[in-house]
Design a protein around this ligand. Structure first.
Ligand code: SF4
Ligand code: SF4
Length: 181
């Protein structure tokens, strides 16, 4: 569907900030792609960060209830960088990168819960991004990625809700098993 609203046009300068500064939450589908691509076990790809580590709405669907409190499944880091960031700052698993990495540095908003029409496309300001102005961007791919991201978020949040509402929960290894790893 063609997008006829105004939006900023920028291209990534590969400064690497978005692969080192933020904590990157991922979903079950993201994790499945990463396990398949890397051959690593899920536990070596993710960790579970506490609510005090990440600025995120306390009621958001990504918070998993453990005995130790609310935690979110996020990409592991090594020396303050995403474990998949290569020495030259590029993403070593680019084709299988999580959906949230695909849409950054944009934030796509839709008219309603069902994501029927795009209402706004803006720069994501969660960190200092050094993307530079350009004349054109692949808007269709961006919107498709935003659709997929929302769809996969909703699917994952349903699993988290089911886990949170169950009486017998367990630890992080049990949660990974619960979502299929
Ligand atoms: S998965 Fe790739 S794009 Fe995403 S934060 Fe890690 S290195 Fe960056
Ligand atoms: S912070 Fe912006 S410019 Fe830097 S790598 Fe990420 S998207 Fe590209």
């Amino acid at each position: 569907m063609p997008v006829d609203i105004k939006y900023p046009k920028v291209i990534c300068s590969r400064c690497g900030n978005c692969c080192s500064i933020p904590i990157v939450p991922i979903t079950r589908k993201d994790l499945a792609r990463l396990v398949k691509t890397t051959g690593k076990p899920a536990k070596d790809i993710v960790r579970f960060c506490s609510i005090s580590e990440m600025e995120y709405d306390a009621e958001a669907g990504l918070w998993i209830m453990f005995k130790s409190g609310k935690r979110a499944m996020v990409l592991r880091k090594r020396k303050e960088k995403c474990i998949f960031q290569a020495k030259d700052r590029v993403c070593s698993i680019y084709a299988a990168r999580p959906q949230t990495c695909r849409t950054f540095p944009y934030s796509v908003e839709f008219e309603d819960y069902w994501d029927r029409d795009v209402s706004k496309i803006k720069r994501n300001k969660i960190l200092d991004c050094n993307a530079v102005k350009c004349s054109e961007i692949d808007i269709d791919t961006l919107v498709d990625d935003a659709h997929k991201e929302n769809r996969e978020d909703k699917e994952y949040y349903r699993f988290v809700k089911q886990w949170n509402e169950s009486e017998k929960k367990g630890g992080t290894a049990d949660f990974l098993k619960f979502i299929g790893f």
